[in-house]
Design a protein around this ligand. Structure first.
Ligand SMILES: Cc1cc2nc3c(=O)[nH]c(=O)nc-3n(C[C@H](O)[C@H](O)[C@H](O)COP(=O)(O)OP(=O)(O)OC[C@H]3O[C@@H](n4cnc5c(N)ncnc54)[C@H](O)[C@@H]3O)c2cc1C
Length: 238
């Protein structure tokens, strides 16, 4: 797949959870990616005089499905003091960000017998959402389960969307709340790994894990011990 490079132009921005915003950029006609991949975005740092200008690159997973041709969607946690976070927080429609992509091997397998088990915390839902939505568009979507967690409902994007999507067996886990509101029927006060302890998975299960560093390490370790030989794919955000 060809790597695209250029300015992405912001179409819209919306607050979708605590410290989390959703961004839709105009998708250039030549931009290609596979569901689950990420882009690299360039940000200026420090003194902006020509001689002292320096840049950093940050990765962001694409949350929209690859068949969505009009826009590329991202969800970004705004970290106070963060370089890219500052730019995202101030961004308005028309803002341009220099971007390269799509990159990465965190994509769905082609094994048609597989059951796809998705595990995410926080903004780690982004690449999984892309994969799930793309899979649902297939002629024969594979069986899918989603375990999605965070501290409390207000911290997470896309809860309503996954709650309404009955073709994916979804469970929400909230580590610091037992006030689940309208999500009560599929929510528990627990961490993601608790679901993995109690659920039964068949031999064809493939696990796709994404989130912050410690959650991913913990989940992958757990799966390797409990289900040796199982296919595990993961992406770490930090
Ligand atoms: C493949 C990949 C995909 C990613 N996709 C996404 C995505 O879809 N959405 C998203 O929000 N982020 C995503 N990230 C993380 C993103 O690339 C940045 O690391 C993050 O946005 C922070 O960048 P910053 O420049 O704002 O903060 P920085 O200036 O790099 O850091 C500022 C301070 O915050 C701390 N910090 C950095 N990251 C975190 C964190 N996650 N939690 C708490 N403290 C932190 C740093 O240690 C530092 O002290 C992804 C990372 C990778 C590797």
């Amino acid at each position: 797949m060809k790597i695209w490079e250029g300015n992405l132009e912001l179409k819209s921005v919306e607050i979708v959870a605590h410290e989390t915003k959703k961004f839709r950029f105009v998708r250039p006609a030549e931009f290609e990616f596979e569901a689950g991949q990420f882009v690299s975005m360039r940000f200026d740092v420090g003194n902006f005089s020509a001689e002292k200008k320096s840049t950093v690159w940050r990765a962001y997973s694409i949350a929209s499905e690859s068949s969505e041709k009009n826009f590329l969607e991202f969800i970004v946690r705004i970290i106070p003091g963060g370089i890219a976070s500052g730019v995202f927080d101030a961004a308005v429609p028309g803002t341009k960000i220099w971007t390269k992509g799509g990159f990465g091997n965190f994509v769905r397998s082609e094994n048609s017998d597989a059951e796809l088990i998705f595990c995410a915390t926080g903004t780690g839902i982004a690449p999984l959402r892309s994969m799930i939505r793309e899979e649902l568009l297939e002629k024969n979507p594979r069986k899918m389960k989603l375990f999605f967690g965070g501290r409390e409902p207000a911290d997470l994007a896309y809860l309503d969307e996954f709650f309404a999507e009955k073709k994916v067996a979804t469970k929400f886990g909230f580590s610091r709340s037992d006030d689940f509101g309208k999500f009560a029927e599929i929510a528990s006060h627990c961490r993601i790994t608790s679901f993995l302890e109690t659920e039964n998975f068949g031999k064809t299960a493939e696990f796709y894990v994404c989130g912050n560093g410690s959650m991913v390490l913990e989940t992958v370790e757990f799966l390797k011990e409990k289900m040796p030989g199982t296919k595990i794919f993961h992406e770490r955000f930090t």
